[in-house]
Design a protein around this ligand. Structure first.
Ligand code: GLU
Length: 289
């Protein structure tokens, strides 16, 4: 099977050193296997995505010396695909409308005292899972805002035991339940990250997902969605995240570490590639900035 990898940035800020590290690892994995490297623009969050950041992604990656296949998949151009998947899940009663505001959820969790927690924080307490069909219809007809949540317990029962393969760690037993009933769509975001990324990886034929280890736990949800929707399961390789001198991981707020700031400061793509090849020495480099 050919190795097909992808780098999937969100155009919500400029790429920083951490992105460069991830993109280079991803491209290297494809190259080492004689495979293909794809780029995907994850602009499903229309409120935060901006065209100038997308242009900057292309410019910065090209400057780094990377090349990718065209056309580039842009999530905002495939909303119909995500909608179709939501309809499939809805027809099987695997998702339900949730009318709770974030504040109501917080209040409910606070009231419950020791609420169960998952990788993403306190779990949604399931308030709207039990609403009758009649109440749901009434509230939707009344124009109440709602999100669509996955009924993970039901979905888990339908899917049965699942595994996915993490490079270097072997088979990992799927555990989506620890996430609780995740949101798969909201009014302002027609597909959540989990839904869009799972469908896109399948539709782009991705065989190896390389990304930061902060997304390791999310893979449990992706594996469950793959099973429910009959999609291929790629292999995964979650890499360590880079940290600054104070141990904080790089974020879009670190303006000095964006590729464009480094470029403007006289750094070359070659020098950054050398630094990123030995991330253990990164702190020395950061001290020079
Ligand atoms: N779009 C995500 C990000 O920029 C990455 C998603 C993924 O690689 O699965 O953090």
């Amino acid at each position: 099977m050919p190795c097909i990898t992808r780098f999937a940035p969100s155009p919500t800020g400029y790429l920083h050193l951490g992105h460069a590290y991830s993109a280079l690892r991803t491209a290297d994995a494809a190259e080492a296997a004689g495979g293909r490297f794809l780029l995907r623009i994850e602009d499903i969050d229309s409120a935060r995505s901006r065209p100038e950041f997308e242009d900057a992604i292309f410019e910065d990656l090209a400057w780094l010396g990377l090349s990718w296949e065209t056309p580039v998949r842009r999530q905002s151009e495939h909303l119909d695909v995500y909608q179709q998947a939501l309809e499939t899940l809805s027809a099987r009663s695997l998702i339900y409308p949730c009318f709770c505001s974030r504040r109501e959820i917080r209040a409910e969790i606070a009231q419950a005292g020791a609420a169960p927690h998952g990788p993403g924080g306190a779990l949604y307490p399931g308030t709207c899972r039990a609403l009758s069909e009649e109440i749901r219809d009434q509230r939707i007809a009344a124009g109440d805002a709602y999100a669509l949540r996955l009924d993970v317990a039901r979905a888990g029962t339908e899917a049965g035991p699942l595994i996915w393969r993490e490079q270097g760690r072997g088979d990992i037993a799927g555990d989506a339940a620890s996430y609780g009933d995740v949101v798969l769509a909201r009014k302002e975001t027609p597909a959540s990250y989990h839904l869009a990324v799972t469908l896109d990886d399948h539709l782009q034929g991705i065989t190896l997902v390389t990304r930061g280890e902060d997304l390791f736990e999310a893979t449990h949800i992706h594996r469950l969605l793959q099973a429910l929707l009959g999609l291929e399961t790629p292999q995964y390789a979650h890499h360590p995240l880079l940290h600054d001198q104070s141990g904080r991981r790089f974020a879009k707020r670190d303006k000095a570490l964006t590729l464009r700031a480094l470029r403007a400061g006289g750094h070359t793509a070659q020098s950054l590639r050398c630094i990123l090849a030995e991330p253990a020495d990164l702190s020395k480099f950061l001290e020079t900035l």
